[in-house]
Ligand binder design. Structure first.
Ligand SMILES: NC(=O)c1ccc[n+]([C@@H]2O[C@H](COP(=O)([O-])OP(=O)(O)OC[C@H]3O[C@@H](n4cnc5c(N)ncnc54)[C@H](OP(=O)(O)O)[C@@H]3O)[C@@H](O)[C@H]2O)c1
Length: 259
């Protein structure tokens, strides 16, 4: 019994409200599920309505409080509208997870402005705008958690990093800027750094068994990432337990980055 109250004091998200972008698929979906099952009310944001509804329904069937907002985070107007609609559901969020992301990979010499702009809009500007919208309120209330999802490509080039790697590198810098601004007011800002996780995002690479096996061999654990691998780290970063962890990039990659 003592362990239950101890763990609950450290990790429970009961009474919290979370907004998870990209919460309808892959890593974001697993994180939304983890936060909801740890007690948070969760609003997931993405474009595809049937995937959003299916995710929210699955969580509701498990007794969680979950809702969805369909929005295109590829434009500033879309992000602003999404933020307002998300905050209307359960109130202003205590936890913001930016998992929505795109990875377009033209060779560097063919990387045009359209791909550059689209990548920066979804991967970098949306997290920035959502931070500006929700961060000050979190600081005012004295508690907040901002969690970004970056990539090993924030740290090194990997299979035509192009604009994607740049956006993720900048997102880690944004994390530090936000942490510097808001940590004194109880708002921690961190990133989770995946290695290689089989999701719709990297369908092309995932469909090549030799490359998949080679990547698994480069980890220390000996396998590629699963979306469930992000649950514990996300609950930790969203909870009281992590109140002295801020401005950090936490690698959830089976040791890939240090092997
Ligand atoms: N998988 C990996 O190996 C890996 C490695 C490193 C980093 N990451 C990062 O992890 C995060 C999640 O990736 P994932 O692998 O879980 O990908 P995923 O399964 O493809 O999920 C991406 C999510 O983002 C949403 N999204 C994309 N564009 C959007 C837009 N314009 N507006 C609103 N929502 C949008 C998608 O929903 P809709 O399409 O319905 O909008 C979906 O919910 C990304 O930031 C990615 O860069 C992944």
């Amino acid at each position: 019994m003592i362990s239950r109250s101890y763990l609950s004091e450290l990790f429970s998200l009961e009474g919290r409200v979370a907004v998870v972008t990209g919460g309808s698929s892959g890593i974001g979906r697993a994180i939304a599920g983890a936060l909801a099952r740890a007690g948070s009310s969760v609003v997931i944001v993405a474009r595809n309505e049937s995937e959003l509804a299916a995710t929210a329904d699955e969580l509701a069937a498990d007794g969680c409080r979950a809702a969805w907002v369909s929005a295109d985070l590829g434009s500033r107007a879309g992000v602003r509208a999404a933020a307002e609609r998300a905050a209307e559901v359960f109130g202003e969020p205590d936890i913001l997870v930016n998992s929505a992301g795109i990875n377009l990979r033209p060779p560097m010499g063919e990387l045009g402005e359209e791909v550059w702009d689209a990548t920066m809009a979804v991967n970098l500007e949306a997290p920035y705008l959502l931070g500006q919208r929700f961060g000050p309120g979190m600081a005012e209330r004295g508690f907040g958690r901002i969690i970004h999802i970056t990539s090993q490509q924030a740290h090194r080039a990997f299979v035509q990093s192009g604009a994607y790697g740049v956006s993720k590198g900048a997102l880690e810098s944004l994390t530090r800027s936000q942490a510097e601004a808001w940590s004194p007011h109880g708002v921690t800002c961190n990133t989770l750094v995946p290695g290689f996780v089989m999701t719709p995002l990297n369908e092309r690479l995932s469909s090549d068994p030799e490359k998949v096996a080679a990547l698994a061999a480069r980890t220390m654990v000996g396998r590629n990432g699963l979306v469930e691998d992000f649950a514990g780290a996300a609950v930790f970063l969203a909870s009281r337990a992590s109140s002295y962890v801020t401005g950090q990039a936490i690698f959830v990659d089976g040791g890939l980055s240090v092997h």
